[in-house]
Write a new protein. Structure first.
Lengths: 374, 295
């Protein structure tokens, strides 16, 4: 299929029996980009992918491939390759026939089909398995067949629906590198769906974070990582410490917040009003233990739970004021230890608390002043 | 010390799946032995004990008499096309009906109702509907499509329709369950690879469905091959629908020649086995492994 220079999604929406699965998705995908759709389960990311693939009709909106409208085309005429979460390999066809399927459907000459299939087999290093049936392969090998099958006909866009979620941790890391390598060496344009923020950050050029069918933020991995647009995105990007609080004082981009008995100085993210209710977000790795000379955002705490994680320890501590806190450190600490903690004000993000939070399904992630999960 | 070898054996047996739960099979085994194996072997022995002549003389008698011998072809001529039509008709309907949609239960019920009717009621209905003075012919006559009633009962077609009506629900239910056993993502994957619906069906769904169709064919064929009531009620039992079960019946209850009837029953079973072996032989050439679906 012909390559494009831009793929545009205009207000793409999808409803399922009165439920909005995806609302007003606007996105422009440049050729060669690696885009990750990221969000918790049920956020609409798979719906968006299926809409792009043509497997789900849109309820509203349109999809444009340069000047050509494609959202009315059936999937077989869009020419996008897709890797399914379950791989969806044809169980009755050999690895070779699976990979060649897309080329056969395009009625390419036999010789070319054979050559390109062999090429794709080499690309995913399955030379020894071409005559096997998918059922005789391991999960990682099946995954590679699925990828080869989706890229062999040089699609203008490759869609991947949580392709690594069925693999074990070690294989997942290997395949992640593999996918990035293929994307670069073949010059593919890829849209990748995942709920794993680490996977998305490491793979994508641009991330789209979805929540309840709505786009929360679109940006580069660095933007997402350091400046999430709201506390929901922060929550998803690994800011495990989320505390309710109230603005005490505003000073330009700095805000002083009263939260669970602590006075905290942080970076104001978004429109804050004096005395406004806010959510404070801090990554566990930004909480420093016994930082020398650090006096801002200092608090003393007792270590409660320690998990060994190789070079680092992940720990849960309770401040003297009763606030539960997640931290990561390379220092040796043990449950029961009294420690001094400090947080760099540049790494303490203050977000407006949203109005819907009382009915919010993830409000249990927020802790109130008593420190107990609400 | 004496307990040890005993527990040892118990473990060895348990590894091979032999344990006390096997007793749960006992009632079924008793049924099989009492209601199938015993009568079968009784009939088999009986068929080699003709009223006169050597042990094979009843078999020879059947094959030397053209009137008897032809019942095999007559039965096959009805049963094979009927079974084939049942399977072929079930495929598109089941294909359309897999997945969920509103009113599915109602449609399934309507399609399956003929099972509950029984052969006699079906025959009655066929006589009223397709008979010389039935609605079907009356409509054809009144619209001047034909000059005289089309004969669709008391001949080959009557039996054929009756077999389709009673056999289709079985075929449909079986094909539907085989189809829902195929992961629908496979067809979606084929679509993204450029296959239109026709090629999705012929390249993916049909090959995966073939083993199921073969099994379905065997079952509906066996049902059709032992056709008896409709051959009498809506067929022409003296001529073109003198099926093999009718020959056996006449031998047993009109001539009271049980050994000969047993021999016919054995021949009937053998013919069925041959057909089933052929179909299953062809089936093994298809992929018969997991198809990833919920079935």
């Amino acid at each position: 299929m012909s390559a494009f220079s831009q793929l545009r999604l205009h207000g793409v929406s999808r409803r399922f029996g009165g439920q909005d699965a995806l609302t007003d998705l606007d996105l422009t995908i440049e050729a060669g980009e690696f885009i990750a759709l990221l969000g918790p389960s049920g956020c609409g990311k798979s719906t968006a992918l299926n809409c792009l693939a043509g497997l789900l009709p849109l309820t509203a909106g349109s999809i444009w491939q340069d000047e050509r409208r494609i959202d009315t085309l059936p999937p077989e005429r869009r020419g996008f390759g897709m890797v399914f979460q379950s791989y969806a390999l044809f169980p009755h066809l050999t690895v070779r026939a699976n990979i060649a399927f897309g080329l056969r459907m395009r009625r390419l000459p036999k010789e070319e089909t054979r050559r390109r299939t062999e090429e794709a087999v080499r690309l995913v290093r399955l030379e020894d398995h071409v005559d096997k049936l998918p059922g005789q392969l391991s999960g990682g090998q099946q995954q590679r067949v699925a990828i080869a099958r989706a890229v062999v006909f040089e699609p203008s866009l490759v869609l991947m629906d949580e392709p690594l979620s069925n693999l074990d941790a070690k294989l997942r890391l290997e395949m992640r590198t593999e996918i990035r390598r293929l994307h670069q060496s073949l010059g593919l344009t890829t849209v990748y769906v995942t709920h794993d923020q680490e996977e998305a950050l490491s793979l994508a050029d641009r991330l789209v974070v979805l929540r309840k069918g709505r786009v929360q933020q679109i940006g580069s991995p660095r933007e997402m990582h350091t400046r999430p647009a709201n506390w929901h995105v922060a929550d998803f990007m690994g800011y495990r410490n989320l505390w309710r609080g109230r603005v005490e004082q505003l000073d330009g981009s700095r805000a002083t917040v009263e939260s669970s008995g602590h006075r905290l100085l942080g970076e104001a993210m978004g429109d804050l009003q004096d005395r406004a209710e806010v959510v404070v977000a801090v990554r566990p790795e930004d909480v420093r233990v016994d930082g020398p000379g650090e006096t801002r955002n200092a608090m003393s705490a007792t270590i409660e739970v320690v998990e060994y994680q190789g070079r680092e320890l992940a720990a849960e501590a309770r401040t003297d004021a009763g606030q539960l806190l997640h931290l990561r450190t390379e220092q040796r600490i043990a449950p029961g230890d009294q420690v001094k903690l400090a947080i760099d004000p540049g790494r303490l993000l203050v977000y407006p608390a949203d109005a819907e939070r009382t009915t919010e399904d993830r409000s249990d992630r927020l802790t109130d002043s008593a420190g107990a999960p609400r | 010390m004496s307990g040890r070898p005993l527990t040892h054996w118990r473990h060895r047996l348990a590894e091979r799946g032999v344990d006390r739960q096997l007793w749960l099979l006992a009632p079924a085994l008793i049924f099989v032995v009492a209601l199938f194996l015993y009568p079968f072997f009784y009939g088999l022995t009986l068929s080699f004990q003709p009223t006169d002549g050597g042990p094979f003389s009843d078999y020879a008698r059947f094959f030397s008499d053209a009137y008897e011998r032809d019942t095999i072809w007559i039965t096959l001529r009805i049963a094979l096309p009927a079974a084939l039509l049942n399977v072929l008709a079930a495929v598109p309907i089941a294909y359309r009906m897999r997945g969920r949609f509103r009113g599915k239960r109602l449609v399934t019920t309507l399609l399956v109702v003929p099972i509950t009717l029984g052969t006699v009621l079906t025959a009655q209905g066929l006589l009223n509907f397709l008979g010389p003075t039935g609605w079907f012919n009356r409509i054809l006559l009144s619209t001047n499509l034909v000059d005289e009633p089309v004969r669709l009962t008391h001949n080959y077609w009557g039996v054929f329709f009756s077999l389709v009506i009673t056999g289709f629900p079985f075929a449909f239910l079986l094909v539907l369950s085989y189809l829902s056993g195929i992961d629908p993502t496979l067809e979606r994957a084929a679509a993204t690879l450029g296959a239109d619906w026709r090629r999705r069906f012929t390249r993916i769904t049909l090959p995966l469905l073939m083993p199921g169709l073969a099994t379905t064919f065997c079952l509906t064929f066996v049902l059709a091959f032992s056709v008896f009531p409709s051959a009498v009620l809506v067929g022409n039992p003296a001529g073109e629908t003198r099926v093999i079960s009718l020959a056996a019946y006449q031998a047993a209850y009109e001539q009271y020649d049980y050994p000969y009837a047993s021999a016919i029953a054995m021949i009937m079973g053998f013919v069925e086995l041959v057909i089933i072996a052929l179909v299953l032989g062809a089936r093994s050439r298809f992929y018969t492994g997991s198809t990833g679906g919920k079935g």
